[in-house]
Design a protein around this ligand. Structure first.
Ligand SMILES: C[S@@+](CC[C@H](N)C(=O)[O-])C[C@H]1O[C@@H](n2cnc3c(N)ncnc32)[C@H](O)[C@@H]1O
Length: 378
């Protein structure tokens, strides 16, 4: 397992952002091909390290270690036990197993997970006389098994904690966006760092933080550790050589507001923690009354939706007012709304110029774009 040999990897991402992930990897000189939910790529370990460090939209990067045929739990156990796991990580490392399946004949994924865990541990016991401990909350090593109808693949997770955990979030707000989804929204909007960007419902400030990091050319993974550091193949010298120096640096013009003072206080803390507060002007304001901070720019907002925030009826009366406010105050702006509420275009009474399907976990959402041209949007 030398560091220069080509290995196979799979980078997962929120569904709907596969093309953005392919573009990101291409910018790192990594050729990748998209499938729903992620992209596959091959390359030396350096490619994997750089993808973990630089991708803003990937959720995890998995290293493909083996594949097998199976029909039942017995075959699964035997296939896992046939892998020499002690080559991949030391027995002192704690372990977690994740099994996902599509059209698998196995009845219980929970039981399959147990079988895989037992087989890894039994193989270690046979090889070195003891078993690794399981730690479900904060494992050193994550084994992922993906089962299809008759075939399965083992992966080792090279990211560790999911990549959207950048290491700057001070505390959770209500319904914060995942960082990689927020970065994807900024990419989909086509915003360029020279343009003003406003999030008028900024909550904890995730969209602003991602936009600032993009403009400053900061590596999203600069403040965190990775799963590959715990694997036997880890090459610390190679990793030190690709440390995260900024690739470009524009001073962006960012604006955020929210009508909830608590959300705003949290956005302040988060932006300070991320070290980007000097590029963001934050103020308490209702989106319905907030004047535009510049003659033109990009607005990206993630309004509350569903029962969890607001309520159906409340939102139904809010959106027509929002449409009016956009026409009155935002001529010259491209306004993007990310929501799971498919009623938005009808209720807001504006014609979207684009609607991009995206998934927030299992929840189907849309990013709607409204180009506000004075007097012509009805
Ligand atoms: C889904 S949350 C946004 C989460 C944010 N994208 C994040 O990642 O933390 C919606 C936000 O809209 C704010 N909000 C609701 N109605 C508003 C209004 N009329 N004007 C401004 N903000 C509003 C809420 O206070 C809440 O913080």
């Amino acid at each position: 397992m030398s560091s220069s040999r080509s290995e196979a990897f799979f980078a997962s991402c929120p569904r709907g952002l596969e093309a953005q992930l392919v573009d990101e990897l291409r910018a790192l000189d990594i050729a990748a091909s998209a499938v729903p939910g992620g992209v596959a790529f091959s390359g030396p370990w350096e490619a994997c390290y750089r993808a973990n460090l630089w991708s803003r939209v990937a959720s995890r990067i998995l290293w493909r270690v083996a594949e097998f045929d199976y029909r039942n739990e017995h075959d699964l156990y035997a296939a896992v036990k046939a892998v020499d796991w002690s080559r991949y990580f030391r027995v002192e490392r704690t372990l977690r197993v994740n099994v996902t399946a599509q059209k698998s004949p196995l009845k219980s994924l929970e039981f399959a997970t147990l079988k895989v865990k037992d087989a890894v541990c039994d193989r270690f016991r046979d090889a070195v006389g003891r078993r690794p401990d399981v730690d479900r909350a904060d494992p050193d090593v994550r084994v992922h098994v993906f089962l299809e109808e008759t075939k399965g693949v083992f992966y080792l997770d090279t990211s560790g904690e999911a990549l959207f955990k950048r290491g700057w979030r001070a505390a959770a707000t209500e319904a914060p966006l995942r960082e990689n989804l927020a970065a994807g929204l900024v990419m989909l909007s086509g915003w360029r760092p020279g343009e003003p960007l406003l999030d008028p419902m900024c909550g904890g400030g995730t969209i602003l933080a991602e936009a600032a990091a993009m403009a400053r050319g900061r590596a999203p993974g600069a403040k965190r550790r990775f799963g590959f550091e715990k694997l036997s193949v880890f090459n610390s010298k190679l990793w030190e050589e690709i440390q995260p120096e900024a690739k470009s640096s524009t001073s962006p013009n960012l604006f955020g507001s929210d009508n909830d003072p608590k959300a705003l206080a949290l956005a302040r803390r988060n932006l300070a923690e991320a070290g980007i507060e000097r590029w963001v002007t934050l103020e308490q304001a209702d989106i319905l009354e907030r004047p535009a901070p510049a003659a033109s720019g990009v607005m990206i907002a993630n309004p509350p939706y569903g029962e969890r925030l607001g309520g159906e009826a409340e939102l139904a009366s809010f959106y027509p007012k929002l449409g009016g406010a956009l026409k009155k105050n935002y001529a010259g702006w491209r306004c993007f709304f990310f929501t799971a509420d498919m009623r938005l275009p009808k209720l807001i009474r504006l014609q979207p110029s684009r609607r991009t399907p995206l998934w927030n976990g299992a929840l189907e959402c849309r990013l709607y774009e409204f180009r506000m041209v004075a007097g012509s949007n009805r």
